[in-house]
Unconditional design. Sequence first.
Length: 168
Amino acid sequence: MSSSAYEVTFQTSDNETIVVNWEVFRKFGIYSPQDDPDARPRDPVSLPNVNAATFQKIVEYCEHHKDDVIPPPQEVDSFTNHIGFGSIQPINIDDWDRRFMQVEEKMIFDIILAANYLDIKPLLDLGTKTIGELIKGKSPEEIRRLLNIANDFTPEETAQIQRETQRY
């Protein structure tokens, strides 16, 4: 039996049962390394934090990228190198991925949370890049609204920040 004929069943937070093939299952880093389809879970795998709509998007992404080779993680010498000070890289998103992420903002955040939970680094990166593009050029108030962050600055603190950053 080919490995693509093997399947794994998932139970989402809204009690939907979704069956995925072995090649998609292998993309979920949380379950890696998975080299033996005979060792796959036989009972439904519970996803207490992922609803069916989000999981179906995750599966769609993994099916599209099932043949992609995920590069090994790079060693990072310091926090400064990790966040890219001095070497800002442009955000590159291919056309299929860009169309894939053209969903409501809530779904983008749900995808990010699910990709993080399932340890699907390329999808997590795609989601965070998408949010990065969404906040480009936005005012602090617009970013707070998008990210659902309360403004806890007093009017005096806000005025102080505006004075300090006015030259930027």
